[in-house]
Each structure stands twice: as structure tokens, then as C-alpha cells.
Design a protein around this ligand. Structure first.
Ligand code: PDD
Length: 283
């Protein structure tokens, strides 16, 4: 079934959606995006996603005419028009069309595009089995805290991992794990402490990351935000990743090394359960 998508003020059939070839998102990856999850037709943690959108926009000095509440109305319209029960809403803002030039246009007319994707986010066999990850050099730029549409490096990382028979890539810089190709990366030490890289320019401040860390703290689980090496990850009691579209995925193998007994860890499974409980309870 063809979807209804949103393009610059209009709801159109996806085959009729048009963006200029001069759009700076297309020519320069000059744009930012957000992915919000939908469960039972409702957006999850969307206000935090939209606040991050606002931050990404201000980091690239892009002002848009739409307020965050207007954006949420459009997101909800798309969910309703596509009768989306479970999945995601993708939204992208770019600096719009302008004759090709590295400098920013003087009076940009930003493009705002949104679409939905159906996805089984609640029950997912991957979450029950756990995933295999492969470490890949982190070749991305130095402002990974901005959720930019320039995603070739993580896309290459993911493809490399898939080509080698793994499910995803964990990116490594100077021996330390930064994050997954489109997720944040965590380990649980033998003492039961959750470790994940501290926020900064090196990683995206994941919304699921922040929610999961506060759920863990509420449960009395120790959390340390610090760098961890890929070797520390091989020897961890557990490993897992988080993102809006996957929630919590246990990681059971890294670079061919099974993590502990090679089964999804108890902490990861419990955090996944708590996350879903919180997400489906918000009313
Ligand atoms: N990606 N790190 C990176 C590099 C990401 O691309 C993402 C999300 C995350 C997790 O962030 P959050 O919990 O806010 O989704 C971390 C989305 C899902 C994507 O690009 O599809």
C-alpha cells in the first residue's frame, strides 16, 4: 500500500512527493533528522526527540518556521492518515534548495519532509536472540552529537558488518567503542555496572540511552559514563545497544568472541522489558 508522506506543507502519495535536485540535503547532507517510535498509534518520548531536533538545528544554524508543536501535529497526522499502529515516523529538515555553493544561502527556505515506516518494534525475534556485532573503525566526522543526514560512514560500517556475517557494527576510535552504526553501545561489567561512553561530540546523545540509563538507576543498577575499550567489551558480562527503533538489543557476540555464555544478558532483557513497560504505560 502506498503511503501518504509529508513534503513542505502538503500530504501527498509517496509517488508524487518531490524535492528539488538543488536541495542542500541532497547536495551537501546539509540537514538533520529525527526518528520517533510509534506504539499503538502513539509517539514515544517524542518531546525529547523534538528538543534534540531543535538542538541539532541550532548547531547547524538553521531556523525553521515550524514550531515543535506544529511538527508534532504533522507527525500525528501522518500516523493517522497511514493508520500506523507500530513503527516509526522519520522527519528531516534541510537548508532547502539553493544554487550549489558551499556558503549557506542568505535566505534559506528549509525543506521539511516526513514519512512513516511500519515495523514490529515490540516483539522482535532479534531482541530474543541477541545480535552479533563487528568492530569497525569510526571514520565519521567530529560532530556526531548533531543528528545530521550525512550517514555514509555508518552506512558503510553497517554494510561491512553485514558482509562479514554480523548483524551490526560497533564503531571504534583509538581502541575505544564510540557507538553502533545507528545505536548507542553499552557493556555490563562482571561487577554488574553498566558502562557507556560519556556524552560529548564523539557520539549522539541517544534518547533511548537517556531513558534506559534512568530506568537502570531507578532499579539501583550502577551506571558509569566513561570510555570502554573493545577488549573490555569482549570480557564483559553483557553487552547491548539502544535506539528508538530497536529499544534495547542484547549483543551476544563481538568480533567472533561470545560475550559470557553467548546468551542475551539479564540486565539487557530487564531494561528492554522496563523500557517497553514505560513506553506503553504513558497515557
Ligand atoms: N539512529 N547513535 C547513532 C549514531 C544513531 O544514529 C542513533 C539513532 C542512536 C540512538 O539514538 P536514539 O535512542 O535517540 O534513537 C545513537 C536512528 C534510530 C536512525 O538513524 O534510524
Amino acid at each position: 500500500m502506498s503511503r501518504i508522506v509529508y513534503v513542505n506543507g502538503e500530504y501527498v502519495d509517496e509517488v508524487d512527493a518531490k524535492i528539488s535536485i538543488f536541495d542542500r540535503g541532497f547536495l551537501f547532507a546539509d540537514g538533520v533528522y529525527e526518528v520517533s517510535t510509534v506504539i499503538n498509534g502513539r509517539l514515544i518520548d517524542n518531546d525529547i526527540h523534538l528538543n534534540r531536533l531543535q538542538r541539532s538545528l541550532s548547531e547547524i544554524q538553521l531556523v525553521i518556521p515550524n514550531s515543535l508543536s506544529q511538527i508534532e501535529v504533522i507527525q500525528q497526522q501522518l500516523i493517522d492518515r497511514n493508520q500506523l499502529v507500530e513503527g516509526i515516523v522519520y522527519l528531516q529538515v534541510t537548508r532547502g534548495a539553493a544554487d550549489r555553493d558551499f556558503k549557506f544561502p542568505d535566505n534559506p527556505v528549509p525543506s521539511l519532509v516526513m514519512f512513516t515506516q511500519q515495523k514490529n518494534v515490540l516483539s522482535n525475534p532479534v531482541a530474543d536472540k541477541g545480535i552479533h556485532v563487528m568492530s569497525v573503525d569510526d571514520i565519521r566526522w567530529a560532530r556526531r552529537d548533531i543528528k545530521t543526514v550525512g550517514l555514509l560512514a555508518p552506512s558503510m560500517a553497517k554494510q561491512k558488518a553485514l558482509d562479514e556475517g554480523a548483524d551490526d557494527a560497533w564503531m571504534v576510535e583509538d581502541g575505544f567503542v564510540t557507538e553502533g552504526s545507528s545505536s548507542n553501545a553499552f557493556i555490563v561489567t562482571q561487577e554488574g555496572t553498566i558502562v557507556t561512553l560519556n556524552l560529548g561530540n564523539a557520539i549522539l546523545a541517544g534518547i533511548t540511552r537517556s531513558v534506559v540509563l534512568s530506568l537502570a538507576t531507578d532499579k539501583g543498577i550502577e551506571v558509569e559514563e566513561r570510555p570502554f575499550s573493545i577488549t573490555e567489551a569482549y570480557n564483559a558480562a553483557e553487552a547491548f545497544s539502544t535506539s528508538a527503533s530497536s529499544f534495547v538489543y542484547p549483543v551476544v557476540k563481538i568480533d567472533g568472541t561470545w560475550i559470557a555464555d553467548g546468551k542475551p544478558g539479564a540486565v539487557a532483557l530487564e531494561l528492554r522489558r522496563l523500557y517497553i513497560e514505560a513506553a506503553t504505560a504513558e497515557d
